[in-house]
Design a protein around this ligand. Sequence first.
Ligand SMILES: Nc1ncnc2c1ncn2[C@@H]1O[C@H](COP(=O)(O)OP(=O)(O)OP(=O)(O)O)[C@@H](O)[C@H]1O
Length: 352
Amino acid sequence: MIELLQIEKVYQGAGAAVHAIKGIDLSVRRGEIYGVIGKSGAGKSTLIRCINMLERPTGGRVMVDGQDLTIMSERQLREARKQMGMIFQHFNLLSSRTVYDNIAFPLELAGKSRAEIEQEVAPLLDLVGLTDKRDQYPAQLSGGQKQRVGIARALANRPKVLLCDEATSALDPQTTKSILELLKDINRKLQLTIVLITHEMQVIKEICDKVAVIENGVIIEQGPVLDIFTKPQSSTTREFISAIINHDIPAIFADTAFSPTPLPDSTLVIRLSFIGDSAEEPVIAGLIRRFNVDANIIYGNVDHIQSTPYGTLVIEISGEPQGIENALNYLQARKLGIEVIGYVTRHDRAAG
Ligand SMILES: Nc1ncnc2c1ncn2[C@@H]1O[C@H](COP(=O)(O)OP(=O)(O)OP(=O)(O)O)[C@@H](O)[C@H]1O
């Protein structure tokens, strides 16, 4: 549905030029919810604004539904933009217009009649749960209600894509949850493709199918949310995830020197990630029974990414060297995420 190919964006200001986006490729399938996460200044806003050409990339191509937006005239672009609704952190509602008239605004611009507008707006009010607020003004609404108006307005032209620019960043956690649920709901009901940018991993965890991590104008990691959460590759990604899942080495190992290979009289510390049904399997019990080793759980956590259960366990396996190797091979042969943290001698372990 959306293909970004080698997108570049250089801002030429009065001072030095800012290279905000450096050769980004991104592919979003129809019906997908794709999240882009990054720290302040990483280039998120620039990137999402390149998708609807609010910001013109200085290089690369933007393909939406098979059309190349970068070669369009302003007139063609105005037409193409109708396929893409957008919502904003600070809602950007017109304060002098009622809820109804805010949602009606894009339809008025499109030259629709009063009757046509009523026919379109009424179901949108219903969809976002604001039918009883239709005649109120933005100042009379809560933040969550304002964003619902923003969503309804963004959907007025029946777009295929919804772009969300930090849409929940100004909202409290409870309201954030309800807005994310609404986005998920319209994604399903309307087969809408959603691209969102955020600096909160919780948002990605709640509703996204895929995620890209952006840093200094470059995508440093991308893939299905479950994969990125259970096998983060970069320190930035780990940092984002650590807000929700603890991927750090437990504190008791803080000063421990780990060896990548077995040492005389050492134990093995590993991190296991479970996804889906295997989260329920009694893996540790099996390990102890089969290989005559001991497994000491140092850290454990079970959570859900949307409806999929996943867990992380840090365990220390001790026993005869051959038993430990057999246990590791057994775990690696199963559909579990395994990360070998390292071998540690019992002596170091006691000191740590
Ligand atoms: N209009 C502009 N002119 C010059 N530089 C800009 C402009 N807009 C953004 N930048 C610069 O481009 C870089 C990326 O900014 P951008 O707003 O895309 O990041 P962001 O990840 O959305 O950050 P935030 O979360 O703080 O909004 C930053 O260095 C920023 O200062």
